[in-house]
Design a protein around this ligand. Structure first.
Ligand code: FAD
Ligand code: NAD
Length: 157
């Protein structure tokens, strides 16, 4: 099957946008991801999917922990920074929760320890056991058909 057909089909599934963060040897690393799902309430588990070529893959394997930061509508630039979509180099500023780097002003910071991993084709699924959650009010950044967006006013009632 053609890759573009697959990506176009997956792009019909509108999602929020997250930045996955972790820290290794005192260095914070972030990566934009929309492959994120809630898995289990008891215990509290979530899953992320990281491509085999992403630097994030080895970093999470080694650190054994990650945070999922759900971006607010105003944070498209943050998403672009951590997806390598900005032309210029930028310093990233991180907050800290439970000794982990997190994205400030995100709608949710969800700090996890790796519970288990599953290699699936050219991605690795990391199931995370949730350790800490911080929430903020706001509306989400969205991703649909390969484009960023936000919810229309009438969708917010
Ligand atoms: P890099 O490409 O090195 O880092 C990513 C960017 O973040 C670089 O520009 C880097 O400068 C910056 N950065 C990282 N840490 C810091 C820091 N400490 N200070 C300053 N800048 C920093 N890929 C997946 O595998 N799974 C997904 O679910 C997924 N979803 C995506 C959803 C969207 C909407 C988009 C746009 C992309 C998605 N990607 C996903 C692709 C992924 O975001 C990119 O391939 C990304 O570049 C891979 O990051 P990396 O870990 O290889 O690190
Ligand atoms: P796109 O049209 O490539 O993405 C549409 C949808 O296709 C995404 O939401 C995702 O569900 C799926 N997808 C895209 N690339 C994939 C991959 N390598 N593996 C599994 N699923 C994938 O949108 P775009 O604006 O061209 O994306 C920007 C960049 O970010 C591209 O390089 C894309 O490959 C990457 N990306 C990767 C993933 C992922 O690895 N899960 C998800 C989204 C975007």
């Amino acid at each position: 099957m053609d890759d573009r057909l697959f990506r176009n089909a997956m792009g019909k599934f509108a999602t929020g946008v997250t930045v996955i963060t972790t820290e290794l040897d005192g260095e914070a690393h972030g990566m934009t991801a929309n492959a994120f799902m809630s898995v289990s309430l008891n215990p509290k588990l979530v899953v992320i999917s990281i491509g085999e070529r992403a630097k994030m893959l080895e970093k999470i394997k080694e650190s054994g922990k990650f945070a999922v930061n759900i971006l607010a509508a105003e944070q498209q630039e943050v998403s672009m920074l951590f997806a390598g979509q900005l032309k210029e180099k930028r310093e990233a500023e991180f907050g800290r929760i439970k000794d982990m780097p997190v994205i400030k002003e995100a709608l949710a910071n969800i700090v996890c320890n790796v519970h288990s991993t599953q290699v699936a084709g050219d991605h690795t699924l990391f199931i995370g056991e949730v350790q800490e959650i911080v929430l903020r009010e706001g509306t989400p950044l969205t991703f649909f058909e390969g484009k960023y967006g936000q919810l229309a006013e009438e969708q917010l009632v």
